[in-house]
Design a protein around this ligand. Sequence first.
Ligand code: NAD
Length: 483
Amino acid sequence: MYSDKILNFVANRFEEPQSRTFIPFFNAATGEALGQVADSNAEDVARAIEAARKAYPTWSTLSAGRRAEYLENLARLIEQRAEDLALAETTNTGKPLWLSRRTDIPRAAANFRFFAQAASQFFSECHPMPGMAVNFTLRQPLGVVGCISPWNLPLYLLTWKIAPALAAGNTVVAKPSELTPLTARLLCDLVLEVGLPPGVLNIVHGRGVPCGEAIVQHPEVKAVSFTGSTAVGRRIARICAEQLKKVSLELGGKNPHIIFDDVDIEEAVAAVVESGFTNQGQICLCGSRVLVQSSIYETFRDRLVEHANRLQVGDPLEEVHFMGAVVSQAHLEKIESYVALAQQEGGRVLCGGHRLQPEGRCRNGWFFAPTVIEGLRPEARCNQEEIFGPVITLLPFKEEEEAIRLANFTEYGLAAVVRTRDVGRALRVSERLQAGIVWVNCWMLRDLRTPFGGVKHSGLGREGGFEALRFFTEAKNVCIRYA
Ligand code: NAD
């Protein structure tokens, strides 16, 4: 079904890359090659940018309502094709089909629908100077913008960028991850079906360098919205700084999940399992450092290990499996190397810590057992560096103050979870956590209107709601004197 080569999508046409070379991509659950994707270079990127530049004057002057209609139609088509898209996402990434069905694909549709509606509610401010003048603020689109996304939530994160960029009146050159290009390719069919004008959305495929970096470098690209690793984000920030280009960076995390001793232990264990192991731990928001109050530490740990040992891992097409495969052989090896490092650093692996080989069609897939490690010092690399796999570390704490100190003891600051029944404590701790998002007694509960993003090395800027529309527009104050 996916044997075709994936080509670039430029001005509503599929184009071979100039180099005529392709990169293989895989089915993570079977290890088999699934297809090949264009290995694009700066020349391909320049063609896409030129198409976007030509489309900009017409697209940017359409009414917000007309643009919203296109986005709404895309949302509807994604819903109509949800099953095909979910299957494609799972076949490429190895994530459970139930997760693609329940989260990835519905959220992709929701992204388009949400920004279709948000654009119609977006307003400009007015600052009157009584008796003298009135100021009003125009929020105008930027021009051609670049959207670069990672492999962990391929269609979900790609659309999270494209939708606000288009809704605000920009034209887009997007680059999905070369590891997971399949659903981006299927999205192009839907773009053709809704009749989006040529050049409004262009998708180029390829590696970070040269393809992604050519988007960032190009002077015609007025802003870059990037989600990915901190190392790449830093490099992109440097290039954008040189050109004084707008940039939004959604980067890595090492998120604390804080458990106080007044919680229901069974509920908290289930929540830690969900936040640590969903999507095989490959969500930037996963709670990978679990801080547990000493008075319940042993009980909590033992229940967590029992629960983790019971988790079903295997063929992502089978509903019974909570976890599927991790994205690639290289990523599997990275996770494995961190577990070995944890042991060198004095950590005790309480469960998991090894690859799994399911029987049958998935025997050559990239599976890793849910892993819980204790005994690591807070400064250990495995408590500091993002592993981005199904690996949780446990750390005990005595008092509120120590929990806050440990939670903040990282260069990252994306998300944090606090579990307690004490409202005062929840508020005190939330106030002092260095994170862009704090969830109290929940995780991944998302309202698309809220600001989304990280502090410290987890990012720069915010996505979501009007924050995203502000990023994809430039404010211009017009002052009219009438006195
Ligand atoms: P990555 O940084 O390797 O790649 C992300 C994207 O950037 C890919 O499309 C890649 O091809 C491209 N890229 C790589 N080098 C580039 C360069 N020099 N210039 C331009 N583009 C370049 O990240 P990944 O491994 O695909 O994704 C995992 C990372 O993403 C994790 O660190 C995770 O925490 C992070 N992430 C963050 C969020 C968030 O919202 N904060 C969400 C999901 C994932």
